[in-house]
Design a binder for this molecule. Structure first.
Ligand code: NAD
Ligand code: TYD
Length: 341
């Protein structure tokens, strides 16, 4: 058997990766360590084979928990666990520092102590900050770090710790930096599922600022296949940018979702901008394409269709996710947001 520790595997991308790994590597066994924060959801793991997937409820920032969870002979740790929402990091970043930075260091220490063969850090394009609006530049693996939000800064710090573990202690570590994911089971605080869920109820959709910010969108399973390629074939110490060559303005994204749902554009409500809002992300994925042979399989159209269909078929998941805690978050985040000037 090949044993893996996946952290944050009850979240959006982590749960998709767990399913992919079990499918792609028939001899794999996964320990899934997740704290089940507001974003973690056991519904995301429904139907998995208990003989090959074991869920452990625990904190990556707690050394004893991690030590106990880490199976003997573990081939790799794949670290998805994180506080992941920029707006929440602006409101309060304490948990971001604890989980994203301290938690990553705890995992790195445990990997060394237990002789884990490989460490995969799932990072983000946001560590590289914002590209200028009107040039045609892209993020490459050589782009300098320039994180702008507390979230991005915490992910950049984590990457530095991974790099240091590789450089100083020779830990075989690899980093992935992906753009904005979309797909089934994404917590509806993020733009895409927030739009879909609001539009289902004819509720208005808050668009920050002028709606012209650009994000580079990728279907979640394409991201997961890229992480698997890096896990299997990535060079020790390397970082790989992951993107589907799909940069789009927020307003364009919103309009295509509304069109696919048959809902009117009048649902869009332009609200006061996010502080420090990065203007443009665009990823050059040439390295992972040429070195590891990875290519995205979904187009924007097919990915959006699959995503919308999943939310249409999973109203119970939406109801359970948009609980009292979510409604309270929504009220605080959007309740008194004025119109964009
Ligand atoms: P998510 O918020 O949906 O899931 C995060 C998971 O981590 C949850 O299940 C949560 O319970 C768990 N978690 C949080 N704190 C923990 C802790 N202290 N110990 C153990 N588990 C903990 O996030 P996501 O969108 O699935 O993102 C997963 C990873 O991918 C993150 O590291 C994120 O930075 C990165 N990433 C996300 C995107 C994106 O578009 N969503 C893009 C690039 C990179
Ligand atoms: P988000 O899903 O929060 O991802 P990130 O900030 O990590 O890119 O936001 C995607 C884009 O959508 C970003 O430019 C901010 C914007 N946005 C809105 O316009 N309205 C919203 O309610 C949210 C959550 C995001």
């Amino acid at each position: 058997m090949r044993r893996f520790l996946v952290t944050g595997g009850a979240g959006f991308i982590g749960s998709a990766f767990v399913r992919l790994l079990l499918d792609a590597i028939p001899e794999s066994e996964i320990i899934n360590l997740d704290l089940l924060t507001y974003a973690g959801n056991l519904d995301n793991l429904e139907g998995l084979d208990p003989a090959r997937h074991q869920f452990i409820h625990g904190d990556i920032a707690a050394p004893e928990t991690v030590h106990q969870a880490l199976p003997d002979g573990c081939e790799a740790i794949v670290n998805f666990a994180a506080e992941s929402h920029v707006d929440r990091s602006i409101a309060d970043c304490a948990e971001f520092l604890r989980t994203n930075i301290v938690g990553t260091q705890v995992l790195l220490d445990a990997a060394r102590a237990k002789g884990v063969k490989r460490f995969v850090q799932v990072s983000t394009d946001e560590v590289m900050g914002s590209l200028a609006e009107d040039d045609s530049s892209y993020f490459t693996e050589e782009s300098p770090f320039a994180p702008n939000s507390p979230y991005a800064a915490s992910k950049a710090a984590a990457e530095h710790l991974v790099r240091a573990a590789h450089h100083t202690f020779g830990l075989d570590a690899v980093v992935t930096r992906c753009g904005n994911n979309y797909g089934p089971r994404q917590f509806p605080e993020k733009f895409l599922p927030l739009m879909i869920c609001n539009a289902f109820n004819d509720q208005s959709i808050p668009v920050y600022g002028d709606g012209l910010n650009v994000r580079d969108w990728i279907y979640v399973d394409d991201h997961c296949r890229a992480i698997l390629a890096v896990l299997e074939k990535g060079k020790p110490g390397a970082a790989y940018n992951i993107g589907a060559r799909n940069p789009r303005r927020n307003i364009e994204v919103a309009e295509s979702v509304l069109a696919a749902l048959g809902k009117p554009k009048s649902l869009l409500r332009f609200v006061v901008d996010r502080p420090g809002h990065d203007r443009r992300y665009a990823i050059d994925p040439s390295l992972i394409e040429s070195e590891l042979g990875w290519r995205p399989q979904e187009t924007w159209e097919s990915g959006i269709q699959k995503t919308i269909q999943w939310y249409q078929e999973n109203s119970r998941w939406i109801e359970r996710t948009r609980n009292n805690e979510y409604r309270e978050y929504y009220r605080k985040q959007y309740g008194d947001k004025g119109a964009a000037s």
